[in-house]
Design a protein around this ligand. Structure first.
Ligand SMILES: NC(=O)c1ccc[n+]([C@@H]2O[C@H](COP(=O)([O-])OP(=O)(O)OC[C@H]3O[C@@H](n4cnc5c(N)ncnc54)[C@H](O)[C@@H]3O)[C@@H](O)[C@H]2O)c1
Length: 296
């Protein structure tokens, strides 16, 4: 079976990797060849990391890389795909355009999936001729390390598509949770509640970002605190999702001013080098502002 991933960014290259590791032939498509190359390089680096930690053998690495092909040609990318997964930026118009263009080049049976973290899969599907073949496959970052895939069932998704999605997720050795299409699904909605509240607590001076994160790790068994997670995901991405959930679900998702200020200043978290923490070479190197020592 061939899986085609549209978008070779943070999520797309990881989705391509886990699909290829499960034995699928994979085509990774982006709009420019440098972006395709960057995605392929990301897969190579992840696999090399796995080899270095004895999680992946050299042979598995080579076999996986041999199953992934990169391209900028949409028609060629999707022509033989049984599953197309889009991982382009979180914008409804863009996603509808990308999925419609892909659908026009695929066979009738091809399942078309979106990796959206919060947008309505039902609305996305409504732009397509075969909306019953559309489903949400919400991977987590980074896909090669995170076990969960939320399967999002749109109003139009038929039983065959749902069963196909469940099979695929199990085939790539991930855990599935099936949710009905609703704003923020199960994970983004709850994750955001703690993320926004933690920022409000920083604003109120309850505790430093590092202490709030440490408290949730030690007290509640979180693998990563809610504020650090925001820096990982990207504060611009968090703000965007908060605004969307506020529109759909109400004022409890109103983004805190501190989050808006960070985004306006271009302090987007790990990817820009500073968010609520300072980041050096991808590692946490202190807190932003005068909160004192980051002794985590
Ligand atoms: N980053 C996360 O932690 C995370 C987690 C879960 C889900 N998501 C969702 O995954 C999706 C992608 O997010 P990301 O963080 O990987 O974004 P990203 O910006 O890292 O990557 C998006 C890629 O899509 C490419 N692209 C744009 N238009 C395209 C087109 N027409 N065809 C093919 N490629 C195109 C861009 O060039 C870019 O390389 C979003 O919907 C996001 O909400 C993100």
């Amino acid at each position: 079976m061939q899986v085609t991933v549209l978008g070779a960014g943070s999520m797309g290259h990881g989705i391509a990797q886990v699909s290829a590791m499960a034995g699928y032939d994979v085509v990774l498509r982006d709009i420019e060849s440098e972006l395709v190359e960057k995605g392929l390089e990301g897969i190579r680096e992840n696999l090399q990391g796995g080899v270095d930690r004895d999680k992946v053998t050299e042979d598995e690495m080579e076999a996986t890389l041999g199953r992934v092909e990169g391209t900028t040609d949409l028609a060629a990318a999707v022509a033989d795909a049984e599953l197309v997964v889009e991982a382009v930026p979180e914008d409804m118009d863009l996603k509808q355009d990308v999925l419609s263009a892909a659908e026009a080049e695929t066979g009738e049976e091809t399942v078309i999936a979106s990796n959206t973290s919060s947008l309505s899969v039902t609305e996305m599907a409504s732009a397509l001729d075969r909306p019953e073949r559309v489903v949400g496959l919400h991977f987590f970052n980074p896909p090669h390390l995170m076990d969960l895939v939320e399967i999002v069932i749109a109003e139009q998704t038929d039983d065959r598509t749902e069963a196909f999605a469940v099979d695929y997720v199990r085939e790539i050795d991930k855990e599935d949770v099936v949710v009905r299409d609703s704003a923020g699904f199960a994970t983004s909605r709850l994750g955001l509640v703690t993320g926004l509240e933690a920022i409000r607590m920083v604003e109120e001076g309850v505790a430093s970002p590092a202490d709030i994160d440490e408290a949730m790790k030690l007290g509640y068994g979180y693998p990563m605190g809610p504020i650090e997670l925001g820096d990982h995901v990207g504060l611009d991405v968090r703000l965007h999702i908060a605004e969307h959930l506020r529109e759909e679900l109400g004022e409890r998702f109103k983004p805190p001013q501190a989050l808006r200020r960070k985004v306006r200043a271009g302090n987007l978290g790990k990817k820009s080098g500073e968010g609520f923490y300072v980041w050096e070479d991808g590692e946490r190197a202190g807190m932003s502002g005068d909160w004192g020592e980051d002794d985590a």
